[in-house]
Design a protein around this ligand. Structure first.
Ligand SMILES: *Cc1c(COP(=O)(O)O)cnc(C)c1O
Length: 363
């Protein structure tokens, strides 16, 4: 049986007529940067998330970078985040010369352990970046309350959680700034790189808009040192089409995720734990297994693709050696890194394929 880890070909075939039409309109107009498709997409994702300002940008990484730049994060500042995430979360902190300060994760949700944040806040702490890993938000109310007590900013790394809900509110709308990614394999994926930044704050929004366009406030007048961090019109046009179908896809992802968990209960794996006050969009469906290498090999023999998100926590990466962390500093992150593996997940995974995967795991 042929099983794709995610099925982007099937998705394109389904939306082909709409996508081709929108993209050819961009080609015909020859307006490739900015323009009506970008305006429309920004308006639609602002409405979708319930945030006042949604700003398209070049990637999830640049969304995080622009958020930190807007807050003037610089050398000497500290930003708290988790070591169990994609490198971009901490990379942008270090890129600006600030110091990533890691906090271990919660054993059940794999998100930042909120009970450990406050001890690490110092006079230099400027922000907290909780990551909504695998498509489920962290305990954002608790994190916002901690941040308020210390007058610091919360930036949600929502790169995996666009469409997820926390206490009835959408991911990206849960803190001062939300950042998401439209990398092709994310729940809402472009046909190339893309991202977006969300905020209700007018000043931050205006500043981030300038920063992603070389700090310009009018043409060739530069108020800030910025970057080229724009989302282009072709990607915005494609994303705007996919957004029309997104609720249906999220529903399918959730049904498939829940079906995996049901079928795998009693098997020798730990299935994802979703808290009662939130939903997951299952950017990944990840399980813990004691002997991952042999499970991966067994599934691979049956041509079932798997992936590991993520095999090495950030505090043990060579790039962050200068921070002085060592093995044993974040025991939960380290244990989960050794045991976690992601199974095929897309709205197009059939019951038959899923049964085949589950049988292979149980076998
Ligand atoms: C994908 C991802 C990013 C980076 O997004 P890009 O669009 O690839 O730059 C950042 N953080 C997390 C948690 C991610 O999953």
């Amino acid at each position: 049986m042929k099983i794709n880890f995610i099925d982007l070909q099937a998705q394109y075939q389904e939306y082909k007529a709409e996508i081709d039409k929108e993209v050819s309109e961009v080609f015909t107009s020859a307006g490739f940067i900015g323009g009506p498709k970008l305006d429309s997409f920004e308006k639609n994702i602002a409405a979708y998330t319930g945030v006042k300002h949604a700003i398209g940008c070049s990637s999830g990484t640049d969304a995080l970078l622009l958020a930190l730049m807007a807050l003037d994060i610089k050398a000497g500042d500290e930003v708290i985040t988790t070591p169990f995430t994609f490198i971009a979360t901490a990379e942008v902190i270090a890129f600006l010369g600030a110091k990533p300060v890691f906090v271990d994760i919660d054993e059940k949700t794999y998100n930042i352990d909120t009970s450990k944040i406050e001890d690490l806040i110092t006079a230099n702490t400027k922000a907290i970046i909780p990551v909504s890993l695998y498509g489920q938000c962290a305990d954002m109310n608790e994190i916002n309350a901690i941040a308020d007590r210390h007058n610091i900013t919360v930036i949600e790394d929502a790169c995996q959680s666009f469409g997820a809900e926390y206490k009835g509110k959408k991911s990206c709308a849960l803190s001062h700034i939300g950042c998401t990614s439209f990398f092709p394999s994310k729940p809402l994926g472009a046909y190339g790189d893309g991202g977006a930044i969300f905020t209700d704050n007018d000043e931050l929004a205006a500043k981030m808009r300038m920063l992603l366009n070389h700090g310009q406030n009018e043409r060739y007048k530069h108020k800030y040192i910025g970057i080229n961090g724009r989302l282009d019109a072709v990607q915005a046009a494609i994303l705007d089409v996919k957004l029309r179908h997104f609720d249906k896809e999220v529903k399918l992802r959730q049904e498939i995720g829940q079906r995996y968990s049901l079928l795998l209960s009693g098997a020798n794996v730990v299935t994802p734990h979703v808290e009662a006050d939130r939903t997951s969009v299952y950017a990944q469906y990840s399980v813990r297994v004691k002997d991952r290498a042999s499970m991966v090999a067994k599934l691979s023999e049956k041509s079932i693709p798997t992936a590991v998100h993520y095999p090495m926590p950030l505090h043990l990466q060579e790039a962050f050696a200068y921070l002085g962390y060592k093995a044993g500093d974040f025991p939960v992150s380290e244990a989960v890194s050794n045991e976690i593996m992601s199974l095929p997940m897309s709205p197009y995974l059939t019951d038959e394929q899923q049964d085949f995967i589950v049988e292979a795991i149980k076998g």
